[in-house]
Design a protein around this ligand. Structure first.
Ligand SMILES: [Zn+2]
Length: 293
């Protein structure tokens, strides 16, 4: 996923002395940040494992406490009263100044708040790219919610130049699940059926109390408290430039789908946005190809 943002040249540290100091500091910081395995007792996404919402929430609370690159906020409650959370992940400096960058992003999204070309140029220069990754809105597509802990840990502890560049330039709004109730319904059923002939089947109840699988068809109507909370976060507060809503197909379908997407595109989406989404897809494809060969 982090490949998505690896545009441009990698940043290089200007002096070897500074490099040495930074590496030592980073090592100490990383040593104190708990890995998912140290909290859960297993590495999320490993076969035959599943973390429920209490475990996922607990991990992110611990990460927030241990890392100055992570700030976790509760943005509401789910239909069944579970905490709905977002983890802001960025450089320590950006995390200290979240409100400043939120305001820049909000102004860039609303031309009425920008009075001149030079003001616009300043906002673009001083702002950060706001990216959201939202995991497993369809709860039986469970892997992304489990992966979210690994991604957060990797970003909070990695010391390579690419990750540093990403964290310096990007503020990630990571939503481990927009439907925590469904995570628990799927986790409970998986644990109950593990090792039986029902292992791997879908739970015999809707994984969202009102909407079931249609919980992602509520973005235009905003009937559900989860959709209301996330819509407020996105389109009244943060205005992310990139929103990646991670789904998952069954074992008989494509393993990966990356842009550019099939024709015909939605005619209501600006052609330049479609082209830019295509650029991101080609970057992802190039990185995947480079890993493959
Ligand atoms: Zn889906």
């Amino acid at each position: 996923m982090s490949n998505l943002h690896r545009f441009g040249k990698s940043g290089f540290l200007k002096s070897l002395g500074l490099c040495g100091v930074l590496l030592v500091c980073s090592y100490i910081a990383a040593a104190q940040v708990p890995s998912p395995k140290s909290v859960l007792g297993f590495t999320p996404t490993d076969d035959k494992t599943i973390a429920d919402w209490r475990q996922i929430n607990d991990y992110f609370v611990k990460l927030d406490k241990a890392s100055n690159k992570v700030a976790v906020k509760e943005i509401g409650k789910s239909t069944n009263g579970k905490p709905l959370i977002v983890a802001f992940i960025s450089s320590p400096d950006n995390i200290k100044n979240l409100e400043k960058y939120r305001q820049i992003s909000a102004r860039l999204a609303d031309p009425r708040t920008v009075k001149s070309e030079s003001e616009l140029a300043d906002l673009i220069k001083n702002g950060k790219t706001i990216v959201s990754i939202s995991c497993s809105i369809h709860s039986t597509e469970i892997v992304a919610s489990q992966m979210s802990m690994n991604l957060a840990y990797e970003l909070a502890t990695a010391t390579d130049a690419d990750t540093k560049e990403i964290l310096d330039n990007t503020i990630l709004l990571l939503i481990p699940s927009p439907n925590p109730d469904g995570i628990d319904i799927v986790a409970d059923w998986y644990r109950k059926t593990l090792g039986t002939k029902s292992e791997g089947t879908a739970p015999p109840e809707l994984y969202h109390h009102y909407a079931g699988h249609d919980d992602n068809r509520d973005w235009f109507m905003l009937n559900l408290v989860e959709t209301q909370a996330i819509t407020k976060l996105f389109w009244q507060q943060w205005f992310p430039q990139l929103v990646y809503d991670v789904h998952q197909q069954g074992s008989n379908a494509s393993r990966f789908i990356i842009p550019p997407f099939f024709d015909p595109p939605n005619p209501r989406v600006a052609p330049s946005i479609l082209r830019e989404v295509g650029l991101i897809g080609y970057k992802m494809a190039a990185d995947l190809q480079a890993k493959r060969y």
